[in-house]
Write a protein that binds this ligand. Structure first.
Ligand SMILES: [Zn+2]
Length: 53
């Protein structure tokens, strides 16, 4: 896929199986990290196609 970036866990840096484009805008979406030993629940915030950590 072109111009897509994967979501990263702000706690541990685990690369999540979710993608967004450089057009993405997102807030209020809660994700649970699937990283080993992490399991953090974090809000996915994306502004102008960049994830805010
Ligand atoms: Zn994590």
């Amino acid at each position: 896929m072109k111009n897509t970036v994967r979501v990263e866990c702000p706690e541990c840096g685990y690369i999540m199986p979710f993608w967004y484009t450089d057009q993405a805008e997102c807030k209020g979406v809660m994700l649970r990290c699937k990283g080993r030993n992490c399991h953090a629940v974090f809000e996915l915030k994306i502004e102008k196609g960049k994830q805010i950590k």
